[in-house]
Ligand binder design. Structure first.
Ligand code: ATP
Ligand code: MG
Length: 361
């Protein structure tokens, strides 16, 4: 990739590199006309029909520039110079939420940090814009540590098609934060709810719920594996926080919070510490954990045992016989049983060997 440092892109003087992602490199640049620093995102060359790409890029960049929310990083400008396409955004000096992760954060603080992000997403969803790539690296922090969401719709802007493969060889989005349906190329606003749920999970527990050696293996885990219980990592986590996580991270979009506003409300309640009362009616999808499945199997075996062994014994002890009919009768019916026969300790007469103490009578 070309080194832009010290050069100009449009009216922006590139000062230093801020970071690099899968599809772009971000630079700090100086806008001499407005006398301020900006962030310039230089898109890596795209192997697609260039004219078609530019037309879409322009269209999407214009629509992103319309977003105006205090917690969404503003798109200020875009341009193309000698085959280099770039997007100009507000410069945020506080780093990203990703830099702050790695160890469990206090859950109330995590909820407090995510409320503005959830509200920003709610605002965009109301305008029919889905983010598609909500993750800690896309939550930037201001100097006063206020969270700001960036890279809105960038995934779509770059490829135009959420089912297409990016250069890292995975679907649009970042596997560690991708909703199960996103892995199948189906995206709607509820996919953002899931991704934000994963961010909340990671903040609270200090780790991502699904990890594997390849991006595809991570996507498959999101689709099939039950959520590792958050309280496995943070034992003192209140049950209500866990319930909010299970709700946001339901595999089926229909079982999640149905709109970002509802998730934001729940986070707000948690941030205020009044969750136990206000979220007591929150419906949570059934969690099929391996342990639960084992208990169900054991219960079925026990039930069968009761039905096959205990029930016949009880019928025999109580000397229950069916009325005559075209059905077989119980083996102890129509058989002469001596008066002194102890039904409790001797099995019913039948095609089995009687214990020796029952033979005498
Ligand atoms: N507006 C900005 N102000 C300051 N730093 C920024 C800004 N935008 C991005 N950065 C920095 O640049 C880094 C790279 O950003 P970029 O969006 O290209 O990649 P990513 O979000 O980490 O991953 P990807 O885009 O591949 O999913 C970010 O992690 C952040 O440190
Ligand atoms: Mg980014």
């Amino acid at each position: 990739m070309e080194n832009y440092i010290g050069k100009r892109l449009g009216r922006y003087e590139i000062v230093e590199q801020l970071g690099e992602g899968g599809m772009a490199t971000v630079y700090k640049a100086f806008d001499a006309r407005l006398n301020r620093f900006v962030a310039v995102k230089v898109i890596l060359p795209i192997q697609q029909d260039r004219a078609q790409f530019l037309a879409r890029f322009e269209r999407e960049a214009r629509s992103l520039a319309q977003l105006s929310h205090p917690n969404i990083v503003k798109v200020l400008d875009y341009g193309e110079e000698q085959g280099t396409t770039y997007l100009v955004m507000e410069y945020l000096p506080g780093g990203t939420l990703k830099d702050k992760l790695g160890q469990p954060m206090e859950w109330q603080q995590a909820a407090r940090l995510l409320v503005p992000i959830a509200r920003a997403l709610e605002y965009a969803h109301q305008r029919n814009l889905v983010h598609r790539d909500v993750k800690p690296a896309n939550i930037l922090l201001t100097e006063s540590a206020q969270p700001m969401l960036t890279d809105f719709g960038i995934a779509k802007l770059l490829t135009g098609d959420e089912t297409q493969l990016t250069r890292t060889g995975v679907g649009i989005g970042t596997p560690a934060y991708m909703a199960p349906e996103q892995g199948r190329g189906e995206v709607d606003h509820r996919s953002d709810i899931y991704s934000l749920g994963i961010v909340f999970y990671e903040m609270i527990t200090g780790c991502q719920p699904y990890r594997a050696d390849t991006p595809m293996a991570v996507i498959i885990k999101h689709m099939n594996e039950p959520l590792p219980p958050p309280r496995k990592f943070v034992t003192e986590l209140p049950e209500v926080v866990e319930r909010v996580l299970y709700k946001a991270l339901a595999k089926q979009p229909e079982e999640r919070f149905q709109d970002m506003g509802a998730f934001a409300d729940a986070l707000e309640v948690l941030a205020l510490g009044s969750g136990e009362k206000k979220l007591k009616d929150l419906s949570v999808p059934a969690v099929k954990s391996r342990k639960k499945v084992l208990y169900i199997v054991l219960a079925v075996i026990l039930g069968l045992l009761l039905l096959c062994c205990v029930l016949p014994w009880l019928l025999y002890v109580l000397d229950v016989c069916l009325p005559a009919g075209p059905w077989p009768s119980f083996p102890w019916c129509n058989v002469h049983i001596p008066e002194n026969h102890n039904r409790l300790i001797c099995p019913p007469p039948g095609p089995w060997i009687q214990p020796p103490w029952c033979l005498g009578g």
